[in-house]
Design a protein around this ligand. Sequence first.
Ligand code: C2E
Ligand code: SIN
Ligand code: SIN
Ligand code: FE
Ligand code: FE
Length: 388
Amino acid sequence: MKQCGTALEKLVKIGIALSSVRDLNKLLDIIVTQARELANCDAGSLYIKEGDSLKFVVSQNDTLAKKLGESQQAEPFKPFNIPISNKSLSGYVANNGIIVNIPDAYRIPQGAEYHFDKSFDQRSGYRTCSMIQLPMKDNEGGIIGVLQLINAMDPAGQVIPFGRGDEELLLSMASQAAVAIKNAKLNDDIREAHLDTIFRLGIAAEYRDKETGNHIRRMSHYSAIIAEKMGMSPDKVELIRLSSPMHDIGKVGIPDGILLKPGRLTPDERVIMESHTTIGAGILKDSNIPLLQLSLKIALSHHEKWDGTGYPDKVNGEDIPIEGRIVALADVFDALSNKRVYKAAMTIEETMGIIKDGSGTHFDPVVVSAFEKGMDGVMEIYQKYKEI
Ligand code: C2E
Ligand code: SIN
Ligand code: SIN
Ligand code: FE
Ligand code: FE
C-alpha cells in the first residue's frame, strides 16, 4: 500500500508539472525524464504521431550518455519519421492502442507480428533488454504518440523486466503526457497563427505601395540585428523582430492620392502622411498583449529624431523609446536602398553616407554604430530579400 501511495503522489506531481510546461520540445523531454524516473529505467524515447507516421523526437540513454561524456563525441540527435505499421514495435502500439511489455527485446515471442529493430544497438553498442511501449492516449482516446522505456533496473542496478504492476501507472502517466502534448501543440498553433496574422497586418499596411512584403521582412531583420549588436537578450531581440513589422500599419489610413503619389508631397499632404504614426497607435491601442504594446510604441516613435525635429511628438534623445530609435534607422536604411513610388533606389554606399551623416541628428549614434557592427548580417538580408 505504501508503495502505491507514493506512486500515485508521484503521478499527481508529474501531472501538475507537465501541465505547466508550454514549450513543446521542453515538454517532450520532461515527459521522458519523468517516465524513466517513475519506472527506474536506463533509457527512454518518445514518438509523436504525425499523420501516417511516427516522429522519433526524444531519446535519452544514461549508459550511452556516460560513454559519450567520456569520449566527448556526442552525436547530435536527429528526429526521423517511421511509417505506422504493425511491423515495428512502436507502429504496432500506435495502431492497436495497447501496451507491449517484453522482458527481452532479443527474444520476442514466436508469432508476434512486430519485430525489434536492432540497428540502433548495432550502431551504438547498446544492449536493449527489457522494454515497455505505451500508447499515449489523449482524453478523447486519440493516439498522440508512443512512449518507450528500456532496461528497467532493480535497486542494485541489475536489468529486470518491467513489472506488470507498473503498467497501469505508466499508462496513466502516458495519458497525462498525451493531454499535455495536445495542449502544447494547440499553444504552438495559436502562437503561429498569431505571428502570421501580425506579419500579414504589416504587409497589408504596405500592400498599396509595394508588390511584396519584402520591406517588412528586411526592416524587421535589420531591427533585430541592431538590437542584438546592442547586446540585448535573445528574447528581446525576437520581440523587436516581431513587433517592428507593424511600424507603418497606420498607412492603411492614408488616401491613395497621397500614399501612391509618384512625386514629392506638398506640405499639406505631408501633414496627412505624417499622421500614419498616430493612426497606427490608434489601431494598436488598448491591447494587453506585450508584443502589440511594443508595436504601438514603435508605430508612434519611429519617425522621431535624435535631435527632436521628428514627428509626431518632437521627442528627443533617450526620451524616444529605444525600439523606436532602432526601427527608425532600419526603416530609413531600407527606404533609401530600395525604390519607392516617389524615388529611385540608392546604392549601399550612398545610403550609408546618409545614415552616418544623420548620426547624432536624425539617429542615435549608439544605434548607428551597432548597425555598422552588424553590416555583414544586414547585407545577407539585403541580398536574400532583394526586390527583383
Ligand atoms: P518610407 O518611404 O518608408 O520612408 C521612410 C523614411 O525614410 C522617410 O520618412 C525618410 O526619413 C527616409 N527617406 C525616404 N526616402 C528618402 C530620401 O530620398 N532621402 C532621405 N534623406 N530620406 C529618405 P518620412 O520622410 O517621414 O516619410 C514617411 C513616409 O511618407 C515614407 O515612408 C513614404 O511612404 C511617405 N513619403 C515621404 N515622402 C514622400 C514623397 O515625397 N512622396 C510620396 N509619395 N510619399 C512620401
Ligand atoms: C511569419 O512570417 O510567418 C511569422 C511572423 C514573423 O516572422 O514575423
Ligand atoms: C519574416 O521575415 O518572416 C518577418 C520577420 C521575421 O522573420 O520575424
Ligand atoms: Fe513610417
Ligand atoms: Fe516603413
